[in-house]
Design a protein around this ligand. Structure first.
Ligand code: UDP
Ligand code: MG
Length: 367
């Protein structure tokens, strides 16, 4: 296949996107299994985009080596650790495949499932999402917190987000474009995909143990992720705040009646305990309610800033690294053209136009 032949459709049939944060121990094996699985499904017409989310353990050097395979593997280096969801979005916005597989780089989601997922998509599905049956050797805390989180979200969210499904999923280009067109900053990808609607089918699988290393989701990141998911898809907590406020108001009223009665009976010095309980109880409720409002308000502030969700530092493909300016500039800037000429996969320069498409506007470079 000539790289410069304009009659050859350069659009890959499949893009695989893997976010990676300090996965040096895993990345080579992941690359091997993911590439093998992609070749089995679509031959050479795929691109494997590995997004390095600010790793500090040598992952990027390994990704650079892996990307010497003729443009099929593309490394994307973010300027710092922006978080899993931002890394996923960065990969999506640079992808050009007709179908896109989101998969973790730690091999907890088996790349070999791709074939079956492609089959379901051939049968008409627009999204095939992995539904976890077993979570091999994950800690009791991780499993319990995930179970509670998914069920809570299911109860309070305004849409039916599938329970026990992560971001491991195959999506068709139309869904990916719709997903990228949503500008929100605090992204809960699996929720946004559900929100898009259309024909979405589950595929059940057993979640393996990590190939190596420990989870990169610290407790802090997990809590923030859960808060992002809940605030993005539900205003129930605000209603709960209203209810809590109303209940405590009733309680305060009862207390008022009690205090006045006591006063009328001349027992005013008494009641220190009840006073302390009332004051501390009411302030606690007030602070919790303020906190809930703050969670929403804080997100409103970030949204209103329109800051990019991530900045790309460099893109590596065909053994060459293209470093990018850290500020977003207009889509036709010469460096961007240079990037696309370097990046386009799997074919040569003729691919630039198709691979940019409508979504890969400036957002492709800076969130
Ligand atoms: N990850 C990332 N940025 C982060 C945290 C995680 O890109 O800040 C990647 C990580 O390398 C992995 C995927 O996201 O490929 C899922 O993370 P992890 O396996 O640590 O989460 P878990 O499976 O334990 O929920
Ligand atoms: Mg994992």
């Amino acid at each position: 296949m000539s790289q410069n032949d304009p009659t050859v459709d350069p659009t890959p049939r499949l893009s695989i996107i893997a976010p990676c944060y300090n996965e040096a121990e895993t990345i080579v094996e992941f690359h091997r299994r993911a590439s093998e699985s992609a070749r089995g499904a679509v031959g050479d017409a795929y691109e494997l985009i590995i997004v390095d989310d600010g790793s500090s353990d040598g992952s990027w050097a390994l990704i650079q080596q892996l990307s010497g395979d003729g443009g099929r593997t593309v490394g994307v280096k973010l300027r710092r650790n922006y978080g899993h969801q931002a890394a996923v979005t960065a990969g999506l916005s640079l992808s050009s495949g007709r179908r896109v597989l989101l998969i973790d780089a730690d091999l907890q989601d088996p790349p070999e499932l791709l074939r079956e997922m492609m089959g379901l998509m051939d049968g008409g599905a627009e999204v095939v999402y992995g539904k976890r049956l077993e979570r091999e050797r994950e800690t009791v805390f991780k499993r319990a917190s995930a179970a509670v989180f998914y069920r809570l979200l299911d109860r309070i969210s305004s849409i039916d987000i599938p329970v026990d499904a992560g971001d491991f999923r195959l999506m068709d280009r139309r869904v990916v474009d719709l997903l990228l067109a949503m500008p929100e900053q605090h992204r809960f990808t699996r929720g946004l995909v559900t929100w898009i609607g259309g024909h979405q089918v589950p595929i059940e699988y057993n979640r393996d143990a990590r190939y190596a290393g420990a989870t990169k989701y610290s407790l802090r990141k997990m809590v923030r992720f859960a808060a992002d998911a809940i605030t993005a898809f539900s205003v129930q907590p605000l209603r709960i705040a209203t209810w809590a406020g109303s209940l405590t108001a009733c309680f305060a009223l009862a207390l008022l009646v009690y205090s006045l009665t006591q006063w009328a009976r001349g027992l005013v010095v008494d009641g220190w305990t009840s006073l302390i309980i009332a004051v501390s109880g009411l302030s606690a409720v007030q602070l919790v309610v303020l906190g809930i409002i703050g969670e929403y308000l804080g997100r409103l502030v970030t949204e209103s800033k329109h800051r990019p969700q991530y900045l790309i530092d460099a893109v590596q493909a065909r053994g060459r690294e293209t470093r990018l300016p850290s500020r977003a500039v207009d889509a036709d800037a010469p460096w961007r053209q240079a990037l696309l000429a370097n990046y386009t996969a799997p074919a040569g320069p003729a691919a630039s136009d198709q691979s940019t498409g409508s979504v890969a506007s400036i957002r492709a470079i800076a969130g």
